[in-house]
Ligand binder design. Structure first.
Ligand code: TEU
Ligand code: CA
Length: 558
């Protein structure tokens, strides 16, 4: 049936706990800090908080390496504090979605420690162990974080598979016991009353039979493990089993982070019949500005070509309509700041372009995700130097691409890291213009962006024209106007290199959404009828066919 579900009208606010709010001045954000800021999230109007992992972890990949799925990382607080956060959120009508990281665990998890201890361990098959082939790695796959996906273990003479860091061994989903153990764990969280799961790299759970070598792009050293593993042979069986054994037990929302997902697969993962997940995070629009050199992957600073973005998002909008459901995002903890990447963080354009990007996204069909700080237009952190970075992806890029393989020099890589690196999104939240931006009175775990004196929540809340209030309005439209959830999407002028304009078409009603990416004034005539109502704009007046820099406006036509 086509009845609207609560998560189709919801807007999600993503919190990276480490960087949101420190409550005890150890320099690390924590659960009590988040609880103290719930009223802020409420004021914005978001319906759901997605929490990045808060489970016990040695933090080799900041919580994406879990050593105990049933415990809270002591740096973040206690289980009592988690329960309190959940109930305080619920009291305000805010739901909480947890990160679920079950493609891999930490190498410090007791399962792996046991698995590694001996070939006869009854946990051996919890992970993916293989003999060496001709004295080297079992296949030619490259890790997401550079280097091989295989790590040799001297003690037992075998390699284990890690698609990500060495400290993130892949769980063996072929093993019934692994699946049942994971489902039991998920049910314990569901029983606690959490409202959903964001499923980390869920498309990678099912490995291809025989773990064969993959094709190596010209000039590259490894085959892409992403290409080899994503959407593997049993993935839909696993997710359907999870649906039966866990997800059907409560009215929770699910979003699968689906690396390498295409439309065809997304239609299954996010099928409207409810057989698998509610929606997926697709990556295609995040990969349009990749480096053409396969060894460098994401590391580049080339600007985005707007018609490519339009073509891509339009494909997702039209092909999933009625048969599956989209998630909508520009940012998360793995991506740089969108205003710096797709808009402009120059002082004269920052506010305008951040609002434009917000409007462009929020009038599309799907569930929008706002990443902490996006709502105040936080920018990339160009003030971080090599010694300031924490992210393993950045550190490994330097270790392998610069130091081991000499594929690029350190200065060029630093430019790319400033443009694309994950730490751009992970610098502490900027609350005030005071000490450490009000994040902590201790030493922050990661250096702050040095522009917090100008860009901060206090400033935003005191300025009625701020990006924050623009988001607040957009969220309200999503709640109030059904056409945003149900209307048909129609792209206008696909070839226009400077403007992204589209329509949402409902019954007896249309929305016209016009967004300029240009830094100069343009002339565009969209034949706006005289009775059109201007719903929202990032300028104070309407100049008709004249579009000023980064101008964005939405008309309602009835
Ligand atoms: O990300 C998966 C993923 O595809 C990323 O590694 C992505 O390729 C990269 O971050 C782009 O820069 C998820 C989590 O969101 C990420 O934080 C984790 O590091 C990763 O899984 C491993 O758990
Ligand atoms: Ca703390």
């Amino acid at each position: 049936t086509n009845q609207t579900k609560w998560w189709q009208k919801a807007v999600v606010y993503q919190i990276y706990p480490r960087s949101f709010q420190d409550s005890n001045n150890d320099g690390i954000g924590d659960l009590k800090g988040i609880e103290s800021r719930l009223d802020y999230v409420k004021k914005l109007g978001a319906d759901v908080i997605w929490l990045n992992p808060v489970y016990d972890s040695p933090n080799e990949d900041n919580g994406y390496d879990i050593s105990d799925y049933d415990a809270i990382n002591p740096e973040f607080g206690t289980m009592e504090e988690f329960d309190s956060l959940l109930s305080e959120a619920h009291d305000r009508g805010i739901k909480i979605v947890m990160d679920l990281v079950v493609n891999h665990s930490s190498s410090q998890h007791k399962w792996f420690i046991e698995s590694k201890s001996s070939k006869d361990s009854d946990k051996r098959d919890f992970y993916i162990w293989r003999d060496p082939v001709d004295g080297h790695e079992p296949n030619n796959w490259g890790s997401f974080f550079s280097g091989s996906t295989w790590k040799y273990d001297e003690n037992t003479g075998q390699y284990y598979l890690h698609l990500f860091a060495e400290g993130q061994p892949d769980l063996n989903w072929e093993n019934d016991k692994v699946r049942q153990t994971v489902f039991d764990m998920m049910n314990r969280w569901v029983d606690k009353g959490i409202d959903g799961f964001r499923m980390d790299v869920i498309s990678l759970l099912s490995k291809p039979e025989g773990l064969p070598d993959g094709p190596v792009a010209e000039g590259a050293e490894y085959a892409s493990s992403n290409d080899m593993v994503a959407n593997g042979p049993k993935i839909h069986d696993y997710i359907q089993e999870m649906r039966q054994k866990v997800l059907n037990n409560a009215d929770i929302m699910t979003v699968g982070e689906a690396s390498n997902v295409n439309i065809k697969n997304a239609k299954r993962y996010a099928a409207a019949d409810g057989s698998e997940l509610n929606m997926v995070f697709q990556f295609e629009h995040m990969d349009l500005d990749q480096n053409p050199n396969p060894n460098l992957g994401k590391w580049d600073n080339a600007p985005l070509y707007l018609p490519k973005l339009k073509e891509n998002l339009t494909k997702w909008q039209t092909e999933l309509a009625g048969v599956a459901w989209n998630s909508l995002y520009w940012e998360n903890h793995d991506q740089p700041r969108s205003v710096s990447r797709f808009g402009s963080d120059a002082p004269e354009f920052r506010v305008k372009s951040a609002k434009m990007l917000a409007t462009l996204l929020h009038f599309m069909q799907g569930t929008p995700y706002i990443y902490q700080g996006q709502e105040i237009g936080m920018t990339n952190a160009n003030n971080l130097a090599w010694e300031d970075f924490n992210d393993i992806e950045i550190k490994n890029a330097r270790k392998y691409l610069v130091e081991r393989d000499g594929l690029i020099d350190a200065d060029t890589l630093l430019d790319y890291v400033h443009y694309k690196g994950r730490d751009n999104a992970r610098t502490p939240m900027q609350w005030t213009d005071g000490e450490n931006a009000g994040f902590t009175e201790g030493t922050p775990w990661l250096k702050l962006n040095d522009n917090f004196d100008k860009i901060n929540v206090d400033q935003a809340l005191n300025d009625e024209n701020s990006i924050f209030y623009h988001y607040q309005q957009l969220i309200k439209f999503r709640h109030d106007l059904d056409i945003v959830t149900t209307g048909r999407y129609e792209l206008l002028d696909p070839e226009d290199e400077q403007v992204y304009a589209y329509k949402r078409v409902g019954e007896g009603e249309e929305l016209l959404i016009i967004n300029s990416f240009a830094e100069e004034t343009l002339e565009r005539d969209y034949q706006v009828p005289a009775n059109a109502e201007l719903l929202i704009s990032n300028y104070e007046d309407d100049m008709g066919t004249e579009l000023r820099p980064y101008e964005s406006k939405v008309y309602r036509i009835q």
